[in-house]
Structures are given as structure tokens and as C-alpha cells.
Design a binder for this molecule. Structure first.
Ligand code: KG4
Ligand code: ZN
Length: 334
């Protein structure tokens, strides 16, 4: 079975061809970083316009790299939400038009389900497991009991983890997206040079809050405005340490509360090597296994959308389109 996946929820235009759920025949991603970097964040209108310009070429490239034509495709899976509506509409409407003209099924996929299932492109993780979804728009702890069986245990109350990386990178004048840039300079920094706060919230809470940390970084920079500025490597290292410590401790608390022995870390921030290493080391001490997709499957891609489409179709799970008409849903819950 060949699934064409299409992902345009934010600022990546992506298409992929997946065979029988596991064999990734192509995975094409066009980043818009050069368009948005000058603004230090994503400009929705520009993102939508760029998707329109690129989507056909990206799909054609994905088909060509896979060595197939549109007529070989059995199912089209496209991101339905959550995301920017002007971006979602482009991929979803392209998917609907193609499926209609080819007379094949089309499925709307929840972007977060795509992130959770990305690991299955790499290895099969036995259910149940805890998923930590850490991206530019989300920081969620989710119990996963099977395909289509998800229960959110905790989420951020303000900024997402990736968003805080992007905002701190902007304050330091590093560029966009900030995650990889912070990770890189943090390697040279002293994580203990500054005492940045960790928001644990109420006892045993599985929710997150990163806005106080962001403000603490801003205050530290402002305090030194007239003297010699603090080393940006130390700020980056201290900030990253604070985010990672909270993500690791809350993931382990969730595992204890839910009696889970496996953690899947996924989403753009999961591309962070320091997070992966710290999570793996801490979990090992409690006999918990950690699984992280390779970086290209952590950040936004269409392979994960094709993967989710494959399993939903295989297991006869209702597409979100049965709950909502197959339309873009910027706030689609998992
Ligand atoms: O999953 P993703 O590609 O898009 C969303 O669904 O949001 O995640 C993008 C986010 C950005 O905030 C980016 O800064 C962050 O992931 N990110 C990282 C790293 N690579 C990407 N954050 C920390 N370390 C990284 N290496
Ligand atoms: Zn994402």
C-alpha cells in the first residue's frame, strides 16, 4: 500500500511516499527559514503564500524520488490541524483535489498524532508508552495505549518549549529557528553561570510553564545592559539546562504516575541531542527505555503524516473528517 503524505501546518512544505507503513520511499521537505528568519518568527501570510508556490513541485519531487506516479498511490494523508489556517488549507485542499481526481481515499491527520507515530518509521515501540511532544507550538505529555488511543496528561500553560528556544535565541540575536542555534552555542557555555528558574507548578503537576524562564533571561540581559554583557554561551547553556531539567523530571513523574516503562520524545525540540542524552540517562536509572526519532523525523515532515494515515486506514479508525467535515482545524485537539 502506497500512502502519499502532505504536511503544510506551519512553515515546512513537505511530501512523502510511504510503502506499507514502514518503507519510506521519499521524504521531501522545503523549509521556509530564509523567508521568516528576517522577522525572527513565522509570518502566517508569507507561509501560506510560499506553500502555494511550492506544493506541486514538492509533491512531484516526492513521487519522482519514490519512483512512482500519482496513479500508484492508494491513499492521501494530509495534516488537518492544529496549525496555521492559511498553511493548513494549502496542503489539505491539494490533497482533496488530488484524491477526488484520482478517485482514492483522503484522510485528515492530526499533526500531533503524526509526531507521536514518527517513531514507527524507525522502530516499533510496544504500547503503552508516554509521549513527550515538544515542538514550536506544543509541549504535551500524552499516554499512548494504541493507534488512535491518546490521553493528554499535561501541557504547557503558556509558551511551548520550542517557542521559548526561539524567543531566547531572538533576544540573543542568534536567528531563527532558535533551537539548533541555542543548542550549538550552549556546548561552549557554563550552565551554572546563571540561576534560571524552573516552574514545577503544583506538586506532581504534569503541566509546564516556560514564560517565567523567558522573562528571567530577558531580565538578566537587561541588568547587564550598561556593563559588560553576559556571555551568550552561558545564557544559552543555563536556559537549555532549565528547559531540559523540567522536561526530564516531569516525564519521569508521568511514567511513575501511569506505571509506564517507555518514553517516546518527539517534535522539533526532540532533535536536541542534549535533551535526548539527559532523558536517556535519567530514565535508565528507573528502568525506563527512551525512544527518539532521528532529527529529520522529529522536526515537521510528511513521512509522519503518511505513517499516521497508514495506521488509521489499516485499523479502520475514523478519520477526523468523520467528526468534522474535512476542513482545516487550527486548534484540532489530539
Ligand atoms: O515540530 P516542529 O518542526 O514544528 C512545530 O510543530 O512546531 O518544531 C519546531 C521547533 C522550533 O521551535 C525549533 O526551534 C525547535 O523545534 N527545535 C529545536 C531544535 N531543533 C528544532 N529546539 C531545541 N533544540 C534543537 N536542536
Ligand atoms: Zn510539528
Amino acid at each position: 500500500m502506497l500512502v502519499l503524505g502532505i504536511e503544510t501546518s506551519c512553515d515546512e512544505t513537505a511530501a512523502a511516499v510511504l510503502e506499507n507503513g514502514t518503507r519510506l520511499r521519499s521524504n521531501v521537505i522545503a523549509s521556509q527559514d530564509e523567508i521568516h528568519s528576517q522577522f525572527g518568527g513565522i509570518v502566517p501570510e508569507l507561509a501560506g503564500r510560499s506553500h502555494v508556490e511550492r506544493i506541486h513541485h514538492i509533491i512531484e519531487t516526492a513521487l519522482k524520488e519514490a519512483g512512482v506516479t500519482l496513479h500508484d498511490i492508494d491513499l492521501i494523508a494530509a495534516t488537518q490541524g492544529p496549525g496555521l489556517v492559511v498553511s493548513l488549507l494549502v496542503g489539505l485542499n491539494t490533497a482533496k483535489a488530488l484524491a477526488y481526481s484520482l478517485d482514492i481515499p483522503v484522510m485528515g491527520i492530526n499533526h500531533l498524532e503524526g509526531h507521536v507515530l514518527a517513531i514507527f518509521l524507525q522502530e516499533e515501540v510496544p504500547f503503552p508508552f508516554l509521549a513527550l511532544i515538544v515542538s514550536g507550538g506544543h509541549t504535551d505529555l500524552c499516554r499512548v495505549d494504541g493507534f488512535g488511543r491518546y490521553r493528554i496528561l499535561g501541557r504547557t500553560r503558556d509558551d511551548a518549549a520550542g517557542e521559548s528556544f526561539d524567543k531566547v535565541a531572538k533576544m540573543l540575536g542568534l536567528g531563527f529557528p532558535g533551537g539548533p542555534l541555542i543548542e550549538k552555542i550552549a556546548r561552549q557555555g557554563n550552565a551554572e553561570a546563571h540561576n534560571f528558574p524552573r516552574a514545577w507548578l503544583e506538586k506532581d503537576s504534569l503541566d509546564f510553564s516556560f514564560s517565567g524562564l523567558k522573562t528571567a533571561v530577558r531580565n538578566t540581559l537587561a541588568k547587564h545592559q550598561n556593563g559588560s554583557p553576559p556571555a551568550e554561551e552561558d545564557i544559552a547553556a543555563g536556559f537549555q539546562e532549565a528547559v531540559v531539567e523540567v522536561l526530564v523530571r516531569k516525564s519521569l513523574t508521568a511514567c511513575r504516575q501511569e506505571s509506564l516503562k517507555r518514553i517516546v520524545v518527539t517534535g522539533g525540540v526532540a532533535a536536541n541531542r542534549y535533551l535526548k542524552d539527559r532523558m536517556t540517562a535519567a530514565a535508565q536509572k528507573e528502568g525506563i527505555d527512551v525512544f527518539v526519532p532521528k532529527p529529520v523525523l522529529c522536526t515537521d515532515n510528511a513521512a509522519m503524516i503518511a505513517c499516521a494515515g497508514y495506521y488509521r486506514f489499516r485499523d479502520g479508525l475514523d478519520s477526523e473528517s468523520d467528526l468534522f467535515p474535512l476542513d482545516a482545524h487550527p486548534n484540532l485537539p489530539l
